[in-house]
Design a binder for this molecule. Structure first.
Ligand SMILES: *[C@@H]1O[C@H](CO)[C@@H](O)[C@H](O)[C@H]1NC(C)=O
Ligand SMILES: *[C@@H]1O[C@H](CO)[C@@H](O)[C@H](O)[C@H]1NC(C)=O
Ligand SMILES: *[C@@H]1O[C@H](CO)[C@@H](O)[C@H](O)[C@H]1NC(C)=O
Ligand SMILES: *[C@@H]1O[C@H](CO)[C@@H](O)[C@H](O)[C@H]1NC(C)=O
Ligand SMILES: *[C@@H]1O[C@H](CO)[C@@H](O)[C@H](O)[C@H]1NC(C)=O
Ligand SMILES: *[C@@H]1O[C@H](CO)[C@@H](O)[C@H](O)[C@H]1NC(C)=O
Ligand SMILES: *[C@@H]1O[C@H](CO)[C@@H](O)[C@H](O)[C@H]1NC(C)=O
Length: 803
């Protein structure tokens, strides 16, 4: 034994001593061998990524046991076994061959060397050069010229304008497959250069132009105690690179399979990579999200806002949260007579159509822009030392976002009258006020006349000036459409009363919700609410077409959804098959977008308070539509936002603070969404969930599985042929983040949508869910009863505490 141990140590020692940093003609390396850079930082050899069985030649950190690979030679052409040999031939070409001597990968270079070697340097660069040559600039080939998904300190990302060599990085397909994936990060050299992330032929993210300190999109990537960042632009090359101030730190920038640019640093203490920063902070970093002449303000709702002096091009689209057409000028331009309006604290627009000159100052720059009628904006190029250089924009200004630390002021061309408005003094303001007051008076007089006129005309009906905005159906029409409210036409016994299917004569099919228990507000208040609800329009909401308010009848008329509701599918043993993973993921995304709209992007903030599977209807394309939104407010007797004595919701979906204390907020909806997403993934009802080995409900079960690293087991069996593992896992983790016990720990809908739509974004670890042991204690055989409750606090408290 002792002898063996000795031998083992001896061989280990030998291998350290013999660890070479070089491949020579006589010393190729085969699978199992490695070379190590002289300072022991990087190692090159054969490896197997993730769960793959393929073999690749790559470079990784010597001291990191998890094997973080920073470069791969044969990324698109793997070896299927461990017969590979990496050798350098007398022509100075590095070749990887398999057992049948077929070239799997090779370098190329036309320079002939006498004694070629390949050496791995402590920077992570693999270079081919003459033996005994140590000057860094003398090499015939280097791996730094062919980046993979990782940018190491000292590597260039950009373009050699002389040789045409393009230093760009491309994502891996997946952690198991280093082949070129969906995303590419590349320097764009039209106009003033910027870095773009491309997905196929569309740009997903732009760094914006360099401002002397940092890219316009990433003010936090300025030189600091750890890093220097640099941008070089001259006749020969244009590139970005970063360096470490203290070489002993390990750091890397990775373009992830999901297209994010992540900066990591290695933390010795925890032996793990720390995500220092992601270049894409939030939704506003989606390229040109708000369209031309608009800016994205992440904390606004909706986030897109026209620049001052501009208005939405298509107001209807704009109000429906489609901002892609952007904004247009309120006042047309008149070339030489125009002026400029200054914008500060922003990411400046895309520079694909721009012109620049480093030696022209700001004043001169403004004159140049004014003189060229096609110039739409100008700014300094470099913000250091009070600013220098001149950048002119031509064409529409896109991809602007608010980023307050930025110091690069943008001067946008506007009509002279738009500029004057601000400058002119009190006199004009007085005139403006006087005329505004006059206009208001006239308008109200007109409105009053119109109202009076209408009142007279439609005597007997309680109608107001808002009639035009919400169609009123008469009882006869609705009765005809629903065959006199025939019980055969009932399609749901949902919250607040039965729902009938109907067909208008010569018109579309409708769904009629007949409110049975309505005793709340007065008629006018109800109508005002309904008018507001009817203004909420989004492709993931059921549209309110009108109402019928005659006598004691209170009916809401909705568009008809032919495909029933979500619970009809996911909880039914045979029908669940018809929703593939792809359908379910789209449904999850759609519900999330709809809820985001209700919470944030619509002009009113609506808290749903009763989100559940039976409230999600499916249209002909299986596109999910949220129903019953806005009704909780109508039925909640007290309107005080944030706290109610009347809890309206459904057991199993209600957050703890709402069910117990009646406190509701957007975060109680987020909780319900989390439950709903878990139900979509698992095909099980939270409240009806049973497990042999524990007493947890679906939330508790999911949490246990996640912590045991077995989250995939939660997935509905019937999805086994259609699921995408990364999406399922992401969906489960996002759900668990949504159902965390404390409302403040739960994400906003904006984060949920962002997380669900960006594969590869790292997710926080969820804390314990709320109500994870609570479960249906009432009659369990009674499957069909609606679990919905409209109740006072004290009552719900007692029910929920019984297990
Ligand atoms: C892949 O490997 C991970 C661990 O790295 C493991 O948890 C997972 O189950 C594996 N997946 C497959 C499909 O083999
Ligand atoms: C070597 O590579 C060639 C081309 O990829 C392939 O056809 C051949 O089967 C490989 N040989 C072995 C032993 O894997
Ligand atoms: C592969 O090449 C080596 C060296 O050139 C040679 O010795 C060997 O016989 C070759 N093997 C095959 C299968 O051709
Ligand atoms: C080799 O040269 C060709 C043509 O110049 C080029 O397209 C290719 O990318 C080069 N490959 C490598 C690995 O250098
Ligand atoms: C670099 O970092 C190491 C360890 O973090 C530290 O010991 C060393 O003093 C640092 N060197 C400089 C120049 O800051
Ligand atoms: C930039 O402007 C300076 C001064 O006006 C001029 O001399 C120079 O030629 C310009 N450079 C370019 C590239 O246009
Ligand atoms: C302005 O743009 C139009 C259309 O792109 C072009 O025809 C015209 O020559 C441009 N004018 C100037 C002064 O560059």
């Amino acid at each position: 034994m002792k002898f063996l141990a000795f031998l083992f140590i001896y061989f280990n020692f030998l291998s350290i001593v013999l660890a070479l940093d070089t491949i020579t003609i006589d010393q190729p390396i085969k699978d199992g061998d490695t070379i190590v850079s002289s300072g022991g930082v990087y190692e090159l050899g054969f490896f197997r990524p993730g769960n793959s069985t393929n073999r690749y030649v790559g470079i990784w950190y010597k001291k990191i046991s998890t094997g973080t690979v920073v470069w791969v030679a044969n990324r698109n052409n793997p070896l299927s076994d461990s017969s590979g040999v990496l050798m350098i031939n007398p022509d100075g070409i590095l070749v990887l061959v398999n057992s049948t001597n077929v070239t799997i990968w090779s370098t190329n270079s036309s320079t002939i060397l006498k004694n070629p070697i390949a050496r791995l340097l402590d920077s992570g660069n693999l270079v081919i050069r003459e033996e005994n040559e140590n000057r860094p600039e003398f090499f015939t080939w280097q791996s730094f010229d062919y980046p993979g998904d990782t940018l190491l300190p000292g590597m260039k990302l950009g373009r050699n304008l002389v040789t045409g060599l393009d230093w760009y990085s491309s994502s891996w397909k997946s952690p198991d497959d280093p082949a070129i994936g969906e995303f590419v990060e590349r320097m764009d050299v039209q106009g003033y250069p910027q870095l773009f992330v491309w997905k196929g032929s569309s740009i997903t993210f732009s760094s914006g132009p360099w401002n002397g300190l940092a890219f316009s999109s990433s003010p936090s990537l300025q030189p600091n105690t750890y890093f220097t960042f640099g941008f070089v632009l001259n006749q020969e090359e244009v590139y970005y690179k970063y360096d470490l101030k203290n070489g002993s730190l390990l750091t890397r920038v990775v373009l992830t399979p999901g297209g994010l640019i992540n900066h990591y640093t290695w933390i010795d203490r925890t032996q793990s990579w720390f995500l220092y920063l992601t270049a894409q902070f939030d939704n506003c970093d989606r390229f040109a999200l708000c369209g031309p002449y608009a800016r994205c303000v992440i904390n606004n709702s909706p986030p897109c806002d026209c620049l001052r002096g501009f208005e939405p091009k298509y107001p209807q689209e704009w109000d429906a949260a489609d901002w892609s057409s952007g904004c247009v000028r309120r006042t047309p331009l008149a070339c030489q007579q125009d002026g400029f309006r200054k914008f500060t604290g922003i990411k400046v627009p895309d520079t694909q159509k721009s012109w620049f000159n480093e030696s022209i100052g700001l004043e001169e720059c403004g004159k140049l822009c004014l003189a060229d009628c096609n110039c739409t904006a100008y700014s300094n190029m470099d913000v250091r030392d009070g600013g220098s250089g001149c950048l002119l924009w031509f064409g529409d200004l896109i991809d602007i976002r608010e980023l307050s630390p930025n110091q690069q002021d943008l001067f946008v061309r506007v009509a002279a009258s738009e500029v004057d408005k601000k400058r002119k003094k009190k006199k004009s303001r007085l005139i403006a006020i006087v005329s505004a007051v006059a206009a208001t008076c006239i308008l109200s007089l007109l409105a009053w006349c119109a109202l009076f006129h209408r009142r007279k005309k439609s005597k007997g009906r309680e109608v107001g000036a808002d009639d035009m905005e919400l169609p009123l159906f008469d009882l006869v029409t609705v009765a005809n459409a629903t065959k006199n409210f025939s019980s055969a036409n009932i399609i749901g016994e949902g919250g607040f009363g039965p729902v009938y299917k109907g067909k208008l004569r010569n018109g579309p099919e409708i769904a009629v919700k007949r409110l049975s228990e309505y005793s709340g507000q007065g008629l006018q208040e109800l109508k005002n609410e309904l008018i507001l609800i009817s203004k909420l329009q989004h492709r993931n909401l059921v549209k309110l077409l009108g109402c019928c308010l005659e006598g004691v009848e209170r009916m809401l008329i909705y568009e008809y959804m032919p495909n029933n509701s979500l619970d009809y599918f996911i909880f039914d043993p045979s029908r669940k098959e018809s929703l593939s993973w792809r359908n379910r993921y789209e449904i999850a995304m759609g519900i999330s977008r709809g809820l985001l709209y209700l919470h944030q992007d619509s002009r009113l903030r609506i808290i749903h308070r009763d989100l559940k599977a039976s409230n999600i209807l499916l249209d002909t394309d299986l596109n999910p539509r949220i129903s019953d939104f806005g009704l909780a407010k109508i039925f909640g007797a007290d309107q005080m936002e944030g706290k109610t004595k009347r809890v309206i919701g459904t057991y199993g979906y209600m957050s703890p603070e709402y069910a117990v204390d009646g406190k509701y907020s957007v975060k109680s909806d987020v909780f319900s969404l989390g439950v709903l997403l878990l139900e979509i993934v698992s095909g099980r009802k939270n409240r009806k969930f049973h497990h042999l080995s524990h007493h947890h409900n679906l939330l508790g079960h999911a949490w246990l599985l996640l912590n045991e690293g077995k989250a995939l087991e939660l997935m509905d069996e019937c999805l086994k042929d259609s699921y995408v593992e990364s999406q399922v896992l992401r969906c489960i983790q996002v759900s668990l983040l949504c159902v965390q016990k404390l409302p403040e720990d739960r994400p906003t809908m904006a984060s949920v949508v962002f997380w669900l739509s960006n594969d590869g974004v790292e997710l926080p670890q969820p804390k314990q869910p709320g109500f994870f042991i609570e479960r249906d204690s009432t009659n369990q055989s009674n499957e069909s009863t609606d679990e919905r409750c409209v109740t006072d606090n004290e009552l719900s408290l007692t029910i929920l505490e019984a297990r």
